[in-house]
Design a protein around this ligand. Structure first.
Ligand code: AMP
Ligand code: GLY
Length: 425
């Protein structure tokens, strides 16, 4: 098969790395890709949201499967557009991707189908939303309805902050139309997890649960980022809890979509909160997580490509279960100075050769470019140093030992990735 992966992050590098090991692969392309991806795929400088450019490219290169990484092209209807042209593509149609692109759609779907989530109210009028806020007690959460590159949710701890967030979203419109409507919901205390599953419109095959580390600094301090590291599995998610998540959250959501005439294919990603021991949905994403995909895919045994094809063809039932390597997989993100606001770029990355060829450590590239055989930084999240080992302690140590081999000017990273898993047991 000829395969095209769309995107340029660590998630897409992990997908490309895994797809290159497939017995079914003829040639792998990526658009636009990054420095690390260019080592395993032929990269073409086509933007992930340039749908007509990507369609032309796919027809010219006789692409048999397109795999979409990021949310923006999905929300914009890239899957619908490829389907019209008869090119197989992995990901949900726009009405399915609305589960991520509209918090209101997602919350209402959950409410109607009894998927556990925080109680909420929806507002499209600033005055009414403000009136509601004034009558509430902190803490609570304000969310912009639309896509805000992961920045549209605010956990509110005091009323002055609530008023200013609401004004920014609905009056100043800092996220444009995405904040025209808001959801205001109850705060759920607890432990967060990312639960990703392959979906073919009818059924699902779950991946092991993982945990992201969204805040920039150790101990979950500082501003939220795209994610500073992740590990899988999560110690307290046993078979019973896994079944509960699968049945009451994931399958119920796919069924609710189907009832609305939406065949949800691709990855359904539940951002969960375990509150009082029960799983609740904080948000859904319509795609693989980044950085969760890096440790998950590193732990996957067997061939990814037939699983992606089965999702597209509605034949996931033919695959009994996915197999995973034993042990724990941990990914530590190395970021550029200035991230997330204003990341430095163009810094030479040193030390990667010291980790080449290891089967228990893999460095997935995100914001990198390859210039004259030298990798240089080109974005905020630069590398995802990923290690697998028999225990949490072992995998964490291995990942940080590998991090110590790498350097670039301004490089920083969280020192506590995986620490919560050690405290959960
Ligand atoms: P979201 O963009 O919806 O994933 O929200 C970003 C972060 O805000 C989440 O990862 C949670 O840490 C936090 N959050 C969002 N909604 C809630 C909620 N209802 N209760 C507690 N924390 C929340
Ligand atoms: N790691 C969070 C996300 O992919 O949205």
């Amino acid at each position: 098969m000829n395969v095209l992966v769309i995107g340029s992050g660590g998630r897409e590098h992990a997908l490309c790395w895994k797809i290159t090991q497939s017995k079914d692969l003829n040639k792998l392309y990526c658009a636009p890709g990054n420095g690390g991806i260019s080592d395993v795929a032929e990269c073409h400088d086509i933007n992930a949201t340039d749908v007509s450019g990507l369609i032309d490219f796919s027809r010219n290169m006789k692409i048999d499967l397109v795999v979409v990484g990021p949310e923006n092209p999905l929300a914009a209807g890239i899957v619908d557009a490829f389907q019209v042209k008869g090119v197989p593509i992995f990901g949900p149609v726009a009405r399915g991707a609305a589960i991520e692109a509209s918090k209101i759609f997602s919350k209402e779907l959950m409410k109607e189908s009894s998927v556990p989530t925080a109680p909420f109210q929806v507002f499209d009028d600033y005055g009414k939303a403000l009136g509601h806020l004034e009558a509430r007690q902190v803490p609570f959460v304000i969310k912009a309805d639309g896509l805000c590159a992961g920045k549209g949710a605010y956990v509110i701890k005091d009323m002055a902050e609530a008023r200013s967030v609401l004004k920014e979203l609905m009056v100043s419109k800092i996220y444009g139309d995405a904040g025209r409507k808001v959801v205001i919901e109850d705060f759920l205390p607890g432990i967060e997890a990312s639960y990703l599953a392959f979906a073919d419109g009818e059924t699902i095959l779950p991946m092991p649960a993982s945990q992201d580390h969204k805040p920039l600094l150790d101990d979950d301090l500082g501003p939220n980022t795209g994610g500073m590291g992740a590990y899988t599995p999560i110690p307290f998610i046993n078979d019973d809890l896994d079944r509960e998540i699968r049945d009451t959250i994931m399958l119920r959501t796919i069924a609710a979509m189907r009832q609305r005439g939406i065949p949800y294919k691709g990855v359904l990603y539940g951002g969960l909160m375990f509150s009082g021991g029960k799983p609740y949905v904080i948000e859904f994403n319509a795609r693989f997580g980044d950085p969760e995909t890096q440790p998950i895919i590193f732990k996957m045994k067997g061939d990814l490509l037939p699983v992606l094809v089965a999702c597209v063809e509605g034949k996931l039932n033919n695959i009994k279960e996915l197999e995973w390597k034993d042990g724990v997989s941990v990914c530590v993100v190395l970021a550029s100075g200035g991230y997330p606001e204003n990341p430095d770029k163009g810094k030479a990355i040193r030390g990667l050769h010291r980790l080449a060829g290891r089967d228990d450590v893999m460095v997935f590239h995100a914001g990198t470019k390859k210039v004259n055989n030298q990798y240089i930084t080109s974005g905020g999240r630069v590398l995802g140093v990923t290690a697998i080992g028999p225990t949490y302690e072992n995998a964490i140590k291995k990942a940080y030992d590998a991090v110590a081999m790498i350097e670039f000017e301004g490089m920083f990273y969280r020192k506590d990735i995986g620490k919560k898993a050690l405290m959960m047991r």
